[in-house]
Design a protein around this ligand. Structure first.
Ligand SMILES: [Zn+2]
Length: 118
């Protein structure tokens, strides 16, 4: 399946204790269908000191959340939306875009291929 949420996207949490929070996707764990969102789902982690490398202590880090619990915040209409994939034939190219299912605008180009002439 095509990747619908990408690093750098702004998403909104739809479920759980952090429902309604928004943040930037900083990592996509494709095999687990999870994403790491900046400042969302913070958990405390005890970290041991490594001399000359880092100090020990308790750090807050973002735990991954399941991709089905977030929705993309559309950069065009600012609404939480499902992302569709649209294939467009433009001149000599086949272009794949992600689009917003709310406002129907293209969000970004995800792939471009040369069209094979017969
Ligand atoms: Zn939209």
């Amino acid at each position: 399946m095509a990747q619908r949420i990408k690093k750098g996207d702004t998403v909104i949490v739809m479920r759980g204790r952090e429902k309604g929070k928004t943040g930037e996707v900083i990592k996509v764990l494709r095999d687990e269908n999870r994403v790491v969102v900046k400042n969302v789902n913070l958990v405390k982690k005890h970290v041991k000191e490594i001399p000359n490398v880092r100090e020990g202590g308790i750090y807050e880090i973002e735990a991954p959340i399941h991709i089905s619990n977030v929705m993309l915040l559309c950069p065009k209409c600012q609404k939480p939306t499902r992302v569709g994939i649209r294939v467009v034939f433009e001149g000599d190219s086949i272009r794949k875009y992600r689009y917003c299912k709310k406002c129907n605008e293209n969000i970004d180009l995800i792939r471009e291929k040369a069209r094979v002439k017969r």
